[in-house]
Ligand binder design. Structure first.
Ligand code: UDP
Ligand code: MG
Length: 177
């Protein structure tokens, strides 16, 4: 199913200039970056606390908060078939050492810093529901997950569905070149 997900280069990912590499890997996997921007969380502790609310009581939280304010970030909206799970697989496990062992081709394995927990270059939503919340948080817009493009759904003949079908055809024609 086509989904939107929220992805974000963290300050280390921006400093390493990873945008083009991420775009290339996503494109190879049928994922499109539909929007991105350079931004900065400096001083916005409230937003960081909201984003990492599930980690507030952890001993490493202060490190994480400072790290997120240590440079520019790059929020992105990504779409594609099974985008949430696909992007999570492409970025790899949270822990960089674990990523190196279990998913050596992943972005976190290749570019993360194994000596500093928060420095794993990239964030991605862990569910479709959280993607909606995180896109609202960082872009201020409420997107609709396009369940409507599912084959056989009551929206199948909607304009949106036609666009998605056309998009698939274009991608397939590129693959066969
Ligand atoms: N983090 C950390 N130490 C840990 C666990 C997490 O510094 O032991 C940081 C790391 O940057 C991670 C972020 O907190 O990406 C959010 O953690 P979460 O468990 O949500 O992992 P993620 O969804 O990013 O894989
Ligand atoms: Mg998480």
């Amino acid at each position: 199913m086509v989904e939107f997900t929220y992805v974000m280069l963290k300050p280390d990912g921006v400093k390493l200039g990873l945008y083009e590499e991420v775009e290339r890997i996503f494109a190879e996997n049928g994922l499109t970056i539909v929007k991105h921007k350079l931004d900065n969380l400096n001083g916005n502790k409230e937003l960081i606390r909201e984003h990492y609310a599930h980690l507030l009581d952890k001993s490493f939280y202060p490190d994480l908060e400072n790290f997120m304010m240590s440079g520019d970030i790059m929020p992105m909206i990504v779409m594609g078939e099974n985008a949430v799970a696909k992007v999570r697989a492409l970025i790899g496990p949270t822990n960089v050492l674990k990523a190196r062992n279990e998913a050596p081709d992943s972005l976190r394995a290749r570019f993360g810093n194994p000596d500093f927990g928060p420095a794993n270059v990239i964030h991605a939503s862990d569910s479709k529901e959280n993607a909606v919340v995180e896109i609202k948080r960082f872009f201020g817009i409420t997107i609709t997950q396009p369940e409507m493009v599912e084959e056989g759904s009551k929206y199948e003949d909607s304009g949106y569905s036609k666009i998605m079908k056309a998009r698939r055809k274009i991608r397939e024609s590129w693959k066969s070149r």
